[in-house]
Design a protein around this ligand. Sequence first.
Ligand code: 5GP
Length: 145
Amino acid sequence: MSYDNDNIFAKILRAEAPAFRVYETDGALAFMDLMPQVPGHTLVVPKDAAENLFDVDPDILAATILAVQTVAGAVKQAFEAPGIMIAQLNGPAAGQTVFHTHFHIMPRFEGLEFKLHAREVEDAAVLASHARRIRACLPPQPPAP
Ligand code: 5GP
C-alpha cells in the first residue's frame, strides 16, 4: 500500500481536519483519539508521510518517541493512572486502521476494561475536557492554528 496524503491524520497534521490537540513539536503532534478505548486515550503521530513504523524517517521517529514519553507522563499525571499502555499497530493484520504511523497512549487501571477499538465516537465536550487536563500537565504550547 502506498501512503495516502489524504488519510485523516495527514489532514489533522495540516489542520484541514479538527482534533483536540495536546502537544506539538517540530517532529510530532499529539491529539485525543476520537473513539477512545479508555478515558484519556491519546495519539502521537510523526510529522512524516509514513504509513507505518518501518517507513518513518529515523530522526523524526526519535522525535516522536520523545513526544510519546512527554505526553504519556502528562496523561499519567492528568488521569492519576497507575499504569500507562503504549500501543503501535503496523498493517491491517495487526489491527491498524489509519495508515499514518501513530502511537496510542492509554491510561490503565486495575479492573477498567478497554472499549472496542475505533468503534464509539466520544462526546466532543468530554474530549475537550480531557485535552485540557493533559495540556495542564505539559509545558505551555503556542496556540493551535
Ligand atoms: P489504528 O487502528 O490505526 O492503530 O488506530 C487508529 C486510531 O485512530 C483509532 O484508535 C481510532 O479511534 C482513531 N481515529 C480514527 N479516526 C479518527 C479521527 O478522525 N480523529 C481522531 N482524533 N482519531 C481517529
